[in-house]
Structures are given as structure tokens and as C-alpha cells.
Design a binder for this molecule. Sequence first.
Ligand code: URA
Length: 245
Amino acid sequence: MSSDSAGRHSVAPKRLAHKRKDSTRSTSLRASASRPGKAQLHILDHPLPAAAVSILRAKTTMPDLFRRHLQEISVLLFLEAARTWETKIIRVETPLAPCAGAMLPKPIVLVPILRAGLGMLDGIQRAAPDAAIGHVGLYRDAETLRPVSYYERVPVNVAAAQVLLLDPMLATGNTACEAASILKAQGGRNIQFLCVLACTAGVQQFQTEHPDVPIIAAAIDPELNDHGYIVPGLGDAGDRYFGTG
Ligand code: URA
């Protein structure tokens, strides 16, 4: 993997078929400079999310700690996503003097993919309390690994909004691609996808199907197993968050 001066990464397709024997080692994806037409991949490069992701990964981490750290990472992903947002300059009167301030002209819409995406909502909602919330319910068919939609409810202002699609895991990419397609079909135009762990195959699939939707992730892992789980990953994010594992 390589990154441009803004820290944007893209995955080189040639390396995606390569499987590491030692999945405990960190990924060594080669990235090329950002190519036009390919969705940007932003990986958080910071000690706080790196430490929090390690806590999520540990199999000994109990749901209370898992929830807390998933929320913390989600806020950091949200901050990174918002880095590029347009702001409007406004005039603010402080108690002492007028000064220039900023406001976000676009409404924010958060769309967790049920169910694990709900785990990213609490923290981001605290940072953006006026955000509208949509929901997309998709489950993966255990055999085909294809997403099946069972619930869609998207705020009416989605076309004008900055939309954040939330799912902790970008695994095969099928679910995220389907959810992004649902948002676009409902009018969503400014969409960003936030995940904790991205897998190289999922990144490639998403970048191919939605080259206009940036991916913001806390870490990237090299492999998927035969069940579509990210390796080394963190297991089933929904089960770990909700304590249903
Ligand atoms: N969903 C999960 O919860 N974990 C994975 O590894 C892949 C998909």
C-alpha cells in the first residue's frame, strides 16, 4: 500500500490474491498513489485507535470493554471522515468581540448496517447529536455470503446530507456494497463508509463497485477465511458487542 500526501491509500489489486501464511503479522499491502476513479482508503494512523483495535481483537475482552472501545474508535473514524467536509464561514459574537466561525452546511445522516453497525452509533451520536439516523438491515446468507435485505429506513434528507455508512467489518464487501447501493437508490450522494477493520478483498470489491465512496478504517487485515470472516480480525463484531457469542 502507498499513500499520497493526504494520507490516502489505495489497494493494489495485484497483491489481493496473495495469502499470508502467518496471519498474526500485520499486513504489508502495497498501495499505489491514489488513482482517479478509485474510492479513497483512509487508514487511521494513530496510537489511540491502534491500541483500541488491539483491545477489540483480544478474545479475552468482555462486551463492556468491547463496547467502550468500539465507540471510542468510531468517534475517531468520524473525526477523520469529517476532515474533508465543507464548512461555511460564519460570524460569531463572543462576549468580548465578533470573530469568524464555522458551521457545517450539510445535515449529517448516520446509517448503521444492522446489527453490528449499531455498535458504532452511540459514540458518533454524542459527537453529532443533531444527526439523523437511518437503518439498513442486511444479513449474510451463510452459504452464498450474499447480503439479503430485510429492513431499509433512510431519512428523507439523505440526498442533501453527508451520509456515513457504518459497519465495524468490511469483510467480503458484499454487505457494504449492497448497503451503499440502497443509499444511492434512495438519493444519497455524499457517502462515506466507516469501518473498524477492512479486509483487502472487501476493499477491492467496494472500490470497484463504489469508486465514489471513501472508506475510512482503523486497520486493514490480509485475509478472509472460508466463512467470510476477517483473519486475524476480531471475530463476530455483533456477537462481541451484544454479548451473544
Ligand atoms: N462480520 C464480522 O462480524 N466479523 C468478520 O470477521 C466478518 C464479518
